[in-house]
Design a binder for this molecule. Structure first.
Ligand SMILES: Cc1ncc(COP(=O)(O)O)c(C=O)c1O
Length: 425
């Protein structure tokens, strides 16, 4: 192969167009092509640049309670502080036995017969989703994912060699999943069905009735259930149903953690719980544990937070989402302010801390309308939100706003958003 030798006298040139320069290229793997996670992409970077140039930016794009100074429960922080001296060594791969026992009994309280051996701890649900899918999927396997939906799931499926297949959540039905559309997306290659309740980005709580329908579909088509329930304790005036409790006869992997419930996403504390008849789940549990052993163990101090968090879960939930709780107050205020903006319409979310309003089209209906709106809102009005297409919402006519900012900032943001839409529509 022709190449341009590296050791050439200065000033001489390599004239011939060569096939290979001899340089070693640091090339990304082809399977990363098309991988996107807009929530940490170009818009937040532009926000940083604008801020560095002295602009005031209100950030309503990330669901990070810590970033908005929502305090973590003292009982949880105290536990982490107290354990620091005893946290210097690796823990078992699956996580500390005490934490796994607390998680098993948390599910037992809801009627699910889990033991500590069914639980695997991780550095956030994000890490566990990557592990869980790598342990499950073979090339070409298809996995049904809600759309709009949290972008981690399709990305992780893709990375594990599978194909994410979207099923619709229906705005007209309060963003509940559409079982007919879901069924129409099943093929002989479908192996799993992902649920997410409370749902990001819409804040919908999927009721027990629709979850039963999803479980029946999974039963009929022999699909594994994967249920992302990270917002299980961020609910307003309604109840969260743990999907696995409706399908104890099916293999189901439930994901949850402390990032949202305890406002400590920085500690990376989460778990996955494998339920269903052990004869059907044993091989998978062993395989995913084997895979997890490659990362040795999750962050140890964060594991110590789990037992006190689950012992006090009802108080923690009430202090965040009860009538005087900061999450409820901000959520209600944001929803009311948004509802007053002409041209926007929003299904009232019953959980999580997001609003997912439909936005009006302007004079020209561009295919990247939501991206244009997000960009203009940031650049011209100093408000950072996320376009609906970051959640694979194909219609380009929704945006997602996070409701965690303090009331003063939220009010100012809504004023700016109202001015923007008044100017463009
Ligand atoms: C639906 C959903 N799942 C998972 C995660 C990731 O959570 P963790 O901080 O535990 O990685 C998020 C974070 O926003 C989320 O919204």
């Amino acid at each position: 192969m022709a190449f341009c030798p590296a050791a050439r006298p200065l000033g001489s040139s390599c004239r011939a167009p060569l096939i290979d320069t001899g340089e070693v290229l640091l090339k990304p793997a082809t399977r990363l092509a098309g991988l996107s996670y807009g929530l940490r992409g170009a818009l937040p970077q532009l926000a940083d640049d604008l801020e560095q140039r002295g602009r005031s930016i209100i950030r309503l794009h990330l669901g990070d309670p810590g970033a908005h100074r929502i305090p973590a429960p003292p009982v949880v922080l105290d536990a982490i502080q107290r354990c620091l001296h005893d946290s210097c060594s690796y823990s078992p791969t699956q996580g500390l036995p005490a934490a796994r026992t607390a998680i098993a009994s948390y599910y037992q309280d809801s009627g699910l017969a889990l033991t500590p051996a069914d639980i695997l701890l991780g550095n956030g649900v994000s890490e566990l989703v990557l592990l869980a899918l790598q342990a499950l999927l073979n090339p070409g396997d298809e996995v049904l994912v809600p759309t709009p939906g949290y972008p981690l799931w399709p990305a992780a499926i893709h990375l594990a060699g599978g194909t994410p297949i979207p099923y619709r959540c229906d705005e007209q039905a309060g963003w509940q999943p559409d079982p007919d559309h879901l069924t129409s997306q099943i093929s002989p290659r479908t192996v799993a069905l992902v649920a997410n309740t409370p749902h990001n980005p819409t804040g919908a709580i999927w009721g027990a009735a629709v979850l039963r329908v999803l479980a029946n579909i999974a039963r009929r088509h022999r699909l594994v259930l994967m249920s992302d329930e990270i917002y299980a304790h961020i609910v307003y005036d309604t109840k969260h149903t743990i999907l696995a409790t409706l399908a104890p006869d099916l293999p189901c992997v439930t994901f949850n953690g402390l990032s949202k419930t305890c406002c400590i996403p920085g500690f990376r504390s989460a778990w996955m719980a494998v339920s269903g008849p052990r004869t059907t789940t044993r091989a998978y549990t062993q395989a995913v544990t084997q895979l997890a052993s490659l990362r040795l163990c999750p962050n140890v101090p964060a594991q110590h937070a789990i037992t006190p968090a689950l012992h006090h879960i009802h108080n923690i939930e009430t202090s965040l989402t009860g009538p005087a709780g900061p999450l409820r107050q901000r959520h209600d205020a944001a929803w009311e302010a948004l509802s007053g903006i002409p041209g926007l319409s929003c299904v009232r979310p019953q959980g999580a801390f997001y609003l997912f309003p439909r936005i009006p089209y302007g004079v020209d209906d561009r295919s990247d309308h939501d991206n244009t709106v997000a960009h203009e809102l940031l650049h011209d009005y100093g408000v950072l939100i996320s376009p609906g297409s970051d959640f694979h919402h194909g219609r380009n006519d929704h945006i997602r706003l996070c409701t965690l900012a303090d009331p003063f900032q939220l009010k100012e943001a809504m004023t700016r958003i109202a001015s923007y839409f008044a100017a463009v529509t």
